[in-house]
Ligand binder design. Structure first.
Ligand code: GRF
Length: 203
């Protein structure tokens, strides 16, 4: 499988994908990384692996539609099978999703549908849940609302700060995203309505 990764920041999930790919754990490669932020560490990480890393500056475009068209144009030239959002801090428009014509995945640091949107880890702490985690899901037109592919659970401790919980969740994210890609590459993931069926699970 050929993957495009969209990232705005640190890029630790991108790194996990790059590492899993190089270790042969995914049967998929990241062929292009695109960021809306010039200084995103994600771009550095991609370049270190010899992967094309492009900054698409939103300010070069009048409006979201034109920015998204530019991103899509890049993606189309790389003939990718999946678009992976990994800390991409922009909400993609329904028309981007439609025109992409390929599935888009996202990773979110909570057990969706709890705590969508920004600062999911802080939301979990403020709410007082005992467990949180992360979710890999297909992107649909809502915010963090598409069909759920995989989730991992972590405990929330009374003395957790946003940082300590985020770190605990992040360690799971780094395993979960490559695993989701592996399942896709093995043709084991299928959507039935809003449910995702993973074949061979628990066999
Ligand atoms: C992760 O917590 C991810 O779940 C969320 O944004 C963060 C990105 O971290 N969508 P990184 O850039 O992959 O290190």
């Amino acid at each position: 499988l050929r993957l495009a990764v969209l990232a705005s920041g640190r890029g630790s999930n991108l790194q996990a994908l790059l590492d899993a790919s190089e270790r042969g754990q995914m049967n998929a490669s990241v062929v292009v990384v695109i960021s809306d932020k010039e200084k995103a560490q994600a771009l550095e990480r991609a370049r270190k692996h010899g992967i094309p890393a492009l900054w698409v500056n939103p300010r070069d475009f009048s409006g979201k539609e034109n920015f998204e068209a530019a991103v899509l144009e890049v993606i189309k030239t790389y003939k990718v099978d999946y678009i992976l959002l990994a800390g991409f801090m922009r909400i993609l428009s329904p028309s981007f999703i439609r025109q992409a014509g390929i599935p888009i995945l996202n990773i979110h640091p909570s057990l969706l549908p709890a705590f969508p949107g920004l600062n999911a880890q802080k939301q979990a702490i403020d709410y007082g849940v005992r467990y949180s985690g992360c979710t890999v899901h297909f992107v649909d037109e809502g915010v963090d609302s598409g069909p759920i592919i995989l989730q991992a659970v972590v405990p929330v401790f009374p003395d957790d700060s946003e940082e300590t919980l985020s770190m605990r969740i992040l360690r799971e994210e780094h395993k979960l995203y490559p695993l989701a890609v592996r399942l896709l590459s093995e043709g084991r993931v299928r959507c039935v309505g809003r449910k995702v069926i993973i074949s061979g699970e628990g066999e």
